[in-house]
Ligand binder design. Structure first.
Ligand SMILES: Cc1cc2nc3c(=O)[nH]c(=O)nc-3n(C[C@H](O)[C@H](O)[C@H](O)COP(=O)(O)O)c2cc1C
Length: 183
């Protein structure tokens, strides 16, 4: 039985998303006893504060999933040097109504892959700003700015040899971080 549950939010809705592939590949590096659950964000309405008193079923589901998890892992592309709107929309939903954020105190992890050489660095930095406001203790090091190159993924959808040691180290540190902060 899993001792730790970590919710994964991927900031791309694209069918062949590299970030979804990365999310699927890194969870294979998780130690025993850790369960990763992928959150759905494509059916969330656009956030409208008028709806705070009557949130959509998809919003209630997302907040319940975050509440039930011991940590939240964000796997995000970079759109125009920031996070995609779909991810920000999900974050805004789960952070509201004021004082009822599902994120407070949940240990966060941030990682992302881009076709650009900077590997989502700017998007991750923007996201860290948001997570700080949401009172999420977020793993600072190692940073993981992944540049999508041939061989990043192996034929089975795992992490390829060239990046495996680095990403295994990242996963080990993140799981330890969640354990430390999970309460
Ligand atoms: C609207 C848009 C903006 C983008 N802006 C950036 C950017 O600022 N930096 C970057 O490295 N890549 C940028 N890209 C390229 C993405 O890195 C690339 O499309 C990537 O595959 C998206 O992630 P995904 O494969 O998980 O969907 C942008 C792509 C789109 C569609």
């Amino acid at each position: 039985m899993a001792q730790l549950k970590i919710l994964v939010l991927v900031g791309s809705l694209r069918k062949d998303s590299f970030n979804r592939q990365l999310a699927n590949a890194i969870v294979k590096l998780a130690p025993a006893g850790v369960e990763f659950q992928h959150a759905r964000i494509d059916d969330l309405p656009l956030y409208n504060q008028d709806d705070d008193a009557n949130p959509a079923a998809a919003v209630k589901r997302l907040k319940a999933e975050i509440t039930a998890a011991q940590g939240v892992l964000f796997v995000t592309p970079e759109y125009n040097r920031s996070v995609p709107g779909v991810l920000k929309n999900a974050i805004d939903h789960a952070s509201r109504p004021y004082g009822q954020s599902a994120f407070a105190g949940k240990p966060g992890g941030v990682i992302g892959v881009s076709v650009g050489a900077a590997g989502t660095a700017m998007a991750q930095q923007h996201l860290r700003n948001v997570l700080a406001y949401l009172d999420m203790p977020t793993l600072g090091q190692p940073e993981a700015f992944i540049h999508n190159k041939d061989g990043l993924f192996d034929a089975d959808g795992g992490i390829g040899e060239a990046s495996k040691a680095f990403l295994q180290g990242w996963m080990d540190r993140y799981v330890a971080w969640v354990k430390q902060h999970a309460g």
